[in-house]
Design a protein around this ligand. Sequence first.
Ligand code: SF4
Ligand code: SF4
Length: 756
Amino acid sequence: MPSLFQQIKAGQIWDFHGGIHPPARKKLTSQAAVAKMPLPDRLYIPLRQHIGVAGKILVKAGDLVLKGQALTGADNAMAIPVHAPTSGKVLSIEPYPSAHPSALPEPTLVLQPDGLDQWRPRHALDYLHTDRAHLLARIQQAGIAGMGGAGFPTHIKSGASTGVDYLIVNAVECEPYISADDVLMQHEAATIVRGIDILCKLLNPKAVLIGIEDDKPLAIAAMQQACSGKSDYLVRVVPAKYPSGGEKQLIQLLTSKEVPNGRRPLDIGIVMQNVGTVFAIAQAVEDDIPLISRIVTVVGQTLQHSQNVRALIGTPVGALLDLCGFAPEPQQRVIMGGPMMGFTLPTLQIPLVKTTNCIIAPTRHELPAAGPEMDCIRCGACAEVCPAVLLPQQLVWYAKAKDYDQLKSYNLADCIECGACAYVCPSEIPLVQYYRVAKAEIRELAREELKAEQAKARFEARNERLERDKQLRAERNQALAAQRQSMLAEQQKQQIIAAQQRLEQSDQPALSKEQIIAERERKKAEARAYQAAKAETVTDTVPAADQPAADPRAAAVAAAIARAKAKKQADAAPVTETVPATEPDADDATTADPRKAAVAAAIARAKAKKLAETAAEPAVAEPEPQKEPDPAETDPRKAAVAAAIARAKAKKLAETAAEPAVTEPEPQKEPEHAETDPRKAAVAAAIARAKAKKLAEQAGTSATPTEISTPESAEPAAPAAAIVDPAAVKQAAIAAAIARAKARQQPPPTEPEQPS
Ligand code: SF4
Ligand code: SF4
């Protein structure tokens, strides 16, 4: 059995599942000359026209640029620069409707052509004498991306160095109406072959397969002519069937290989490039012409001249249509791309981009709009035509339900959005639109998940970094602490050594432990002696009279005690000394003597003074030695003053207490006041009783012994001359009784009457 390569070399063609055969309608443009689009008034150049990121902007508004000058720079692998399609002036860089079904604004450079169409300097490369890196760099700097519609960066796709078995040039162009590649092959076959030569140098494949549909006889002939000298360049004609131009479908057609789900053609040793891309590679390497123009099919029954036009990138669609004699209908539809995979433009201001291969301006009859959507009848026609072997009816069901997990499990990602299912659907369900929306939502979710994962990774990396820093700090601190300890230990060691050396040099024997203790005790004793001397010095600074009052609190207490004693003595003095004056005993006549009373008062004062002094002495003579004096009371002068005041008060109190006894000699009783003063009345009564007793004794000398039964009868009898008259005795007895009665009528004395 021949090998695969032998089968391919023998010209065998395979088939793929499904597919449809819509009307081609290519002859409207495929056999006409390629027109050249004149310079428009404005060129609108989107800064990103490929799958990847926009390059860094290199110009600003007001700059004059030359044809082919880079407007953005390729600062990373996924960036593709854009170039000035002609010379002119940069008017602005602003948001402008994008070449997308949504027409969402995107950053766009607005260029005003100057009409000179002046090129920048160009540097051609001889690819045979240029290494791969320079060739790839030239391809990237020329801004070449897949021109078949995908827009993938060509330099990446062409960078595979090993494992490429087949290079497939996609010249199928299976969609109806489109003939741009057809005419390109008709007119630029030789350049295309040189482009294949460059790619072969980069990829080094076993063979080059150029796939062309059988409805392009002129292109087939031109390419066979151009490849006549290349035994490994195999032009393969495939039956016209939509979507034969799909990457996976064409690979299967030409090699019988199927690209596994989620894998790339390179994984099975195949690289595919669009024929227009190959032509652009050749121009970029050989002539240093970046991708600034392309052939676009402008077709439709609303146009006077349907034709292929070589137009500059950035040309507004409206300008292209005007060039072809556009006569729009009411509610005219203009489609960018083919009728199967293209989209209706929201506005004719949208510019031509690198992936634009067709503009269709059909009449309503020519391409009627889709009718109202109806329910799926489960006819299965969509599954029969699906080239990716999917279940379109299931996909649309889950797309409507937004069940993304089920969409993934039904391999929505393998859908090439060919539109074959919608083309055959009897219910006119816009299946592809549902798939596109679902894919966009899944992509958005994937982006969000990626962001979350990246944020989580950053968070975890930050935590790890913080933990690592913390650990490093701890280790560093530990090392520093150990270093400090070792330094201290070394210092101590050096100090000990130095001390020992000093001892050795001083010729003195080292002190023993007992000597050290004795020395310490000696120093302590010296300190105590110093403290004692200091205390004595403080005491000596106090005046001699006030020295005992070193402790003011003790002196104050002693003074208070002295005052209390003095008061007590003073209180006691009137009682003991004045009683004889107020209640004189009839038998002690001396108590009523004022001189005696004065003497007694003097004695009392002397006693009180002595008591006060005695009470004050301990406070003066016995300061508390252990008690630490209060700072406010350690002032010896203040303490001495306070003690002196205390002593003066005590002395005054003592004198005050003694005064009544001294200054109150018993006054002579006034007869007229005798009856009002109870004490005087008592004295009078006692005098009366004495007189009566005397009279009775005098009278008893003449009375009978029975009448003298009182104790007084034992007294010796009075002389006979003292005997008085009985009437007088009786009168005296009456007077005594009256005095006693008066005395009883007076209220008892409560306290001694104070002299005024
Ligand atoms: S659009 Fe997708 S689902 Fe429909 S036929 Fe094409 S590949 Fe299959
Ligand atoms: S072709 Fe349309 S109606 Fe038929 S199964 Fe598919 S989606 Fe349903």
